[in-house]
Structures are given as structure tokens and as C-alpha cells.
Design a protein around this ligand. Sequence first.
Ligand SMILES: Cc1cc2nc3c(=O)[nH]c(=O)nc-3n(C[C@H](O)[C@H](O)[C@H](O)COP(=O)(O)OP(=O)(O)OC[C@H]3O[C@@H](n4cnc5c(N)ncnc54)[C@H](O)[C@@H]3O)c2cc1C
Length: 406
Amino acid sequence: MQQASLPILKDLVLIGGGHSHAIALNLFGRNPLPGVRLTLITESSDTPYSGMLPGHIAGFYSHAECHINLQRLAEFAQADLVTDRAIALDLQNNKVICANHPPISFDLLSINIGSTPAILSVPGASEYVTPVKPVRKFLADWEQLVAAVTRNPQQPISLGIVGGGAGGVEVAMAMRSHLHQILKNAQMPVGVTACDKSLARQNESSVQIHLFHRDAEIMPHYNRWVRRHIKKILTKQGINLHLEETVCEVYPHMVKCESGLNVECNPIFWVTEASAPSWLQDAGLATDSKGFVLVRETLQSVSHPQVFAAGDIATIVNHPRPKAGVFAVRQGKPLKRNLQQALLEKPLKSYRPQKNYLSLIGTGDGCAIASWGVFGCQSSLLWGWKDRIDRQFMNQFSDLPVKSEY
Ligand SMILES: Cc1cc2nc3c(=O)[nH]c(=O)nc-3n(C[C@H](O)[C@H](O)[C@H](O)COP(=O)(O)OP(=O)(O)OC[C@H]3O[C@@H](n4cnc5c(N)ncnc54)[C@H](O)[C@@H]3O)c2cc1C
């Protein structure tokens, strides 16, 4: 018998289908809150899992393997899906303003929209570079390059990556790995000869990768052993590392640095420090000096109790952490719990992000480096371990229980 549906008592709106919201939606799907209407506003119907993104660039994972299907997840959580971009907030009247839909009202709002690389201040960057986020556009440009190299492997390529944090370094190694594989395949389909091998090596050297970083050392959030070891790997892989080089201008085929160094590069990928959109601050939300939403240990905004934020876009007062997917993932469960507590008008619970966290960095060659506090090591076994952890994480979204009729 069809049950009469409960009246909607509260509207919970989620902006962005980042890691924390994906986990919260999964939990809401397994344990729905009666009388609560859930709405997910997301600019795309799937979202990448950051842990597998470099592996996807390297050609190890398909698009489906490393993307969470938000449409299916929203269905599972019985959430309304609005495929649009939030562009403003009206916090007096509790409405989200979207680019293409009428304003969406909420009683409680949660924001998990990630961050984007800061590029605005560098002349030419907004016209001529591809930022790593939004990931959809980045992957489209990357796939275009892969197709061009596959079609014409003899064509020399000089590729630029700006930003030597963990993201930029992983992207550099992953891109190198994929491009070299294409060139190898192009030369050695069957019956490899010595002559073919030397041609293949010649071809490989036709791909130049330039990595620009403004500081003397790459990967500032990692320990000395990891930084040194990765630097050695980059050098061994033939990646041109330009340290203490601040990119100050970008032309269609060239990167110009403050030191006077000019390097021909096309395409240019931008993987610099994370930044936040201005509409959060414009709405009156309290933010840190970089525009990230300031939240308490409960993930509730310090200025607006009806707003929560998690992942890259949030900065927890007294517990600032690097912008990394590992924190966005960890915040999924406490975020869901506190959204539920707030909807039920019950006390919120505190969450403290861990100080030390395990980082597994793929080197694009079937190995990974583990970093934990001041420790680090490298092994191909670590890549296998990372692969299992990442696939297990993704399984929770592909193995959604089938729901019976309500
Ligand atoms: C190449 C690369 C590799 C990385 N590898 C790792 C790693 O191995 N480990 C790690 O811990 N971190 C890694 N990071 C960092 C990691 O990507 C981020 O910290 C993480 O993605 C943040 O997760 P999030 O849930 O906050 O947001 P995101 O994963 O960025 O998700 C935000 C979602 O919100 C959507 N969105 C954005 N704006 C709007 C809007 N206005 N309206 C509606 N929807 C919107 C986006 O489309 C996206 O789906 C990597 C970063 C890069 C660039």
C-alpha cells in the first residue's frame, strides 16, 4: 500500500557535490530524515575523487572509475538534483542564487564546493592557461592533448605546469607517464627492433615538461625526505624543474618569470595555491584572509548558524589544515551528523581534524611514496595499497543498496 508522504518541514540545501557531501548523501540515503527535503546543487552530474585523479591522468583509471555519479547518489538519498552553478547567497532571506535556475530557499545550507587555483593576478593566465579546477574542463583539455599526441607522435611538445605543490608534482609525473606510454606504443606495436627502440627514445625526448615553482623547494606541506626524494624522481624522469621562479605573465605559447626566464610552453596547466570564490564573502559570511568560510569545530559558520561548510572551502578556526581531499573525506560523517542535529534542533558535536595524516603520492610509474609526519618511503607495494584504498572508497558509491518502493 502506498504510504501518504510526510509534509516537508525543513529544507536542507547542499551546494557542491564534493567529497564531504558525497559521503553525507550516502549516509542520508541509508538513514533518511523524515520531513526533510534534500536538494543538491551541483554544476556537474559527476565529481572526481581526488585520490584517483592523477591515476586517471596517467591512464590507469577510466573516467567512471574515478568519478562519483552524483545523479545516482542523489536518487539514492531521495534528494532533488539541481544541475547548476551557485553564484550568490541571500542570507537575509535564506536563498541560494543560481546561474540558470530561480532562487532556491533553505532552512539549513551546507557548502562543499572545493577550491580553484588562484590565477587572477597573473596577466594572460585567464586567457591562456588551463586551471586544474574545474576538473571537467581540465580533463577535456588534457584529453585533447592526449588525442593530438596519439595522432601525431612525432610533433615536439613543450608542456608547462605552474605550481609545485603536491597537486602540480603529481600532475607532472602522471602526464609524463601517459605521454611516454603513447609514444612508446606508437613506435613498438609488434616485433621491437633496436632501431625502433632508439627511435622511441628520440620520440620520448620530444616531450618536454616544465614545472614552475616560486619557492626553493617543492611540496611545502611535506617532510624533507619526501621533498628531496620527489625532486630526485622528477629529475630522473626528465621533468624540467624551475625552482624559485615566479610566473609573472603568460602568452599563448610562453611562460614568463620574474627572473627574466622565458620558456616556450603550450599547453600550460595551472595548479597553484587554492582560492575561494568571492560570492561567499560578498554574502556576508565570515571568511579567513583568503576567502574560505570560517567554521567552528562543528563545521557551522562562525557568523551564520544556518550555514555549514566542509572540505577545501572551509577553514576550521584554530585548526587550519592544508587544502587536501583527505580532510574533505574525513569531514563527511561529522558534517552529516551535525546537519541532522541542527535539523532536529539538538546540540552539535565537535570534530577536530587530525594533525598528521598519511599521504600516498603516485609517481606515475607504478610506485607510490608514503608520507606520514616526518617519515617517508617509496615502493611499488605502496601503489598497490593506495589502489586498493581508493577503489574501496569508490565502491561505497557504486555499490549503493537497491531501494524498494516507498
Ligand atoms: C591534481 C590534484 C591531485 C590531488 N590529489 C590529492 C590526493 O591524492 N589526496 C588529497 O588528499 N588531495 C588531493 N588533492 C586536493 C583535492 O583535490 C582537494 O583537496 C579536494 O578535491 C577537496 O575536496 P572538496 O570535497 O572540498 O571539493 P571538490 O572535490 O573540489 O568538489 C567540489 C564540487 O563542487 C562543485 N562546485 C564547485 N563550485 C560550485 C558552485 N558554485 N555551484 C555548484 N557546484 C559547485 C564542483 O564541480 C565539484 O563537484 C589533489 C588536487 C589536485 C589538483
